[in-house]
Design a protein around this ligand. Structure first.
Ligand code: 5GP
Ligand code: ZN
Length: 137
């Protein structure tokens, strides 16, 4: 179910802190610490798998079902114009954390995405955005 030395398994187990948005039996949703836009969240299955082919179908369905709901919550809460859902498999595709996850990235017209996994955001700002999203759940 979990893998040793996996960053996201440690976050799921509470061994490493995160700014938590939502949790159910199969998934955890938390703020990305190096967001590409305001409100960038990650949906992770509790079942460890390096990529989308390494988890079972219920876990794959769970991350998309939760992503469908949370992307709308974020869109409404942050008054975004759109939302990008992104899911990277393999280093060649740009994946940097090898526990599968779905990115939820709110979008506004004319604002470009920040670089992927590059710059850590201010924690106070992340918490403020997280509170807005959670209020819309
Ligand atoms: P990937 O490149 O694997 O698709 O995405 C990994 C994501 O995890 C990146 O967007 C990166 O900013 C984020 N990330 C990396 N380390 C941490 C961390 O310790 N905590 C959180 N919340 N996000 C992280
Ligand atoms: Zn893991």
């Amino acid at each position: 179910m979990t893998a040793p030395d996996c960053l996201f398994c440690k976050i799921i187990q509470g061994q490493i802190p995160c700014i938590r948005i939502f949790e159910d039996d199969a998934t955890l949703v938390f703020m990305d610490i190096m967001p590409q836009s305001d409100g960038h969240m990650l949906v992770v299955p509790k079942q460890h798998g390096a990529n989308i082919w390494d988890i079972d179908q219920p876990s794959a369905m769970a991350i998309m079902t939760v992503g469908q709901r949370l992307s709308l919550v974020a869109k409404n809460a942050l008054q975004a114009a759109g939302v990008s859902l992104m899911q990277l498999n393999g280093a060649a595709a740009g994946q940097t954390v090898f526990h599968v996850h779905l990115h939820i990235i709110p979008r506004w017209a004319g604002s470009d995405l920040r670089m992927h996994a590059r710059e850590q955001a201010d924690r106070i700002k992340l918490v403020a955005i997280a509170e807005k999203i959670k209020a819309g759940l």
